[in-house]
Design a protein around this ligand. Structure first.
Ligand code: C2E
Ligand code: MG
Ligand code: MG
Ligand code: MG
Length: 300
């Protein structure tokens, strides 16, 4: 399993490198252009959030949605967060960018609340560097309070690499504070890092998000199916909720449901969508909080 994770991580790195070379030429030039563009984007507000639903394919319920940062640059075009988030981290811009994201989500939740009596939980991606600030939890609670929002509406997504912590670490205490205050925490891209069972057991988290690389070749790849089975078993043993990322086909959704991970997120259920689209979906949600296009989804 560890070998597979390492291989995948290297693979992802290689793809990134190819992207830089093929699309933008020299990496140094690219970083400079991105840096300049990113600083401008933060000033000029050419950043926005898209929201991608999470659906429980057992019940048909719309259980949540993930906020995903978007940057549409005049010169560079649409820049992927997979490229500019690491850069923002490196440049020390992620703290202010992260605060901006939190504010945007709060404002958006308030707007949606005006048109809908029910809202699915919104997950927000958080970088390790944001958690270095020990006041993170306190500031988040204050922010939610100032918007009049309940903590249950928010979930934070952290990657495994961001969580190589000991129980004594400030970040570990921070996770406990978040949980105590009603904020759920999930582990993003699960399976690509090195968390051990005993380590996960001690972490105050609620959900594992199975990385898309394990889903991509389902249902054909038997080895991946075994890995997914193992992750689901591990999650269940730890009493954690599970979400599958990158679900692109009905066959994948069906298999995941069969294996015990009915909560799916991916292009098959819905692509990341603009707030207006989410608002339109919210307007169609019934009292059972069913995903409005669920019947279409299962009959597609
Ligand atoms: P992530 O948190 O693992 O988000 C999932 C990524 O998979 C998103 O890419 C999403 O658009 C994409 N995706 C969803 N369903 C499918 C599918 O069925 N097939 C495929 N091929 N892809 C799918 P995106 O939006 O480009 O984001 C990339 C990464 O950037 C995120 O990975 C997250 O780590 C980071 N990121 C995005 N927004 C933020 C943010 O506000 N703050 C921080 N710190 N990181 C962010
Ligand atoms: Mg995420
Ligand atoms: Mg992920
Ligand atoms: Mg990711």
């Amino acid at each position: 399993h560890a070998d597979t994770a390492m291989y995948r991580a290297k693979d992802a790195g290689r793809n990134n490198f190819c992207f830089y070379n093929a699309v933008m030429g020299e990496r140094n030039y690219t970083d400079l252009a991105l840096e300049h563009g990113l600083r401008q984007a933060m000033d000029q507000e050419s950043l926005y959030l898209a929201y991608q639903p999470k659906i429980d394919v057992d019940s048909g319920r719309w259980v949540g949605m993930e906020a995903l940062l978007r940057w549409q640059d005049v010169d560079l075009g649409e820049v992927s967060p997979a490229d500019f988030i690491p850069l923002a981290e490196k440049l020390g811009l992620i703290e202010s960018l992260g605060d901006w994201v939190l504010d945007q989500v709060c404002q958006q939740l308030v707007k949606w609340q005006e048109v809908s009596s029910w809202l699915p939980q919104v997950s927000i991606n958080v970088s390790a560097r944001q958690l270095v600030d020990s006041s993170f939890a306190e500031r988040l609670f204050k922010r939610l309070e100032s918007y009049g929002l309940s903590a249950e509406l928010i979930e934070l997504e952290l990657t495994e690499s961001c969580l190589v912590l000991t129980e004594e670490d400030v970040q570990h205490q921070l996770l406990r504070d978040l949980k105590a205050g009603g904020i759920q925490v999930s582990i993003d891209d699960f399976g690509t890092g090195y968390s051990s069972l005993s380590y996960l057991r001690k972490l105050p988290i609620t959900t594992l998000k199975i990385d898309a690389s394990f889903i991509r070749e389902l249902p054909e790849n038997r080895e991946d199916e075994q890995l997914v089975r193992a992750i689901i078993a591990m999650g269940q043993a730890l009493g954690l909720q599970l979400v599958a990322e990158g679900v692109e086909t009905p066959a994948q959704a069906e298999l995941l449901q069969k294996l015990g991970c009915p909560v799916c997120q991916g292009f098959w259920m819905a692509r990341p969508a603009l707030p207006e689209q989410i608002g339109a979906w919210l307007a169609r949600v019934d009292s059972q909080q069913l995903w409005p296009d669920f019947s279409q989804l299962v009959s597609k």
